[in-house]
Design a protein around this ligand. Sequence first.
Ligand code: SF4
Length: 292
Amino acid sequence: MEINLARTAGFCFGVRRAIKIALKEATKSSSVYMLGDIVHNEHVVRDINQSGIKVVSEMEHIPEGGTILLRAHGSRPDVYSDAGSHGLTIVDATCPMVVEIHDEAKILESQGYKIAIIGDHNHDEVLGIAGQIKSSIVFATPREAREHKGYYKKLGVVVQSTQDIENVRTIVSELITKASELRFINTICKPTKDHQEEIRTMPTENDLMIIVGSFTSANTIRLTEIARGINPRTHQVQSASDIDPAWFEGVERVGVSAGASTPDYIIKEVVERIAEIGERLAVGTSRTVTAT
Ligand code: SF4
């Protein structure tokens, strides 16, 4: 059985960078706090907790003089000012690609565009983008765009970094009818674009797809949906222990991908478990190939 591991499987650049910053900060101070989990993955959350970093729901729970670590998906400007007035040290792990979205939205607004954000309502990244500008409208689905009553002279559109390009394409085609002038900046980040491209080809080249990641990770669930839409023999697992050997009957090629919040060691364990099952089923030779 051949195991094809996606080149883009696992942590994106921004999450890898944020975790590195967090763990480094934890070695310097025992008073490091985060507002919410660093990513939607139980294993990463456990590793972060074990490093001594504490997760709080409100800034008021952080003692004066503590350090607040701002996560990869960005924060509203008032988080920075509140941290300053609470006497906290800020360590900013915002992904540079999210900062670019903030900048694009501010530039569009300064040029007189009404800002539309294509993204998930109440997602921290979307709230962070909206916080950079005076006003904005969020569209999560084509239906929301279609049913929107407003009409704008100038409409500037930016996108949450992890959006599915097909969803974005359909929403933009609806928004065209809502403005005299529409300016669209595709701010889906490069790691997400690469990930989505790969997840649209792998299910056609493999008999079975395994997607590794938490069921609380929107990004992983999206990958699973895309893969399953192309190849119904797609399963999402949180770890190696979720794998059912029965899935692999008659399978010659298995594709493995993982959400942007899934740590490398969990992916490795999943690949090893699949190799073990392949050897047991003895369908040809078992080898792992990393996509190039
Ligand atoms: S998904 Fe993209 S924008 Fe978001 S943290 Fe990862 S690299 Fe940065």
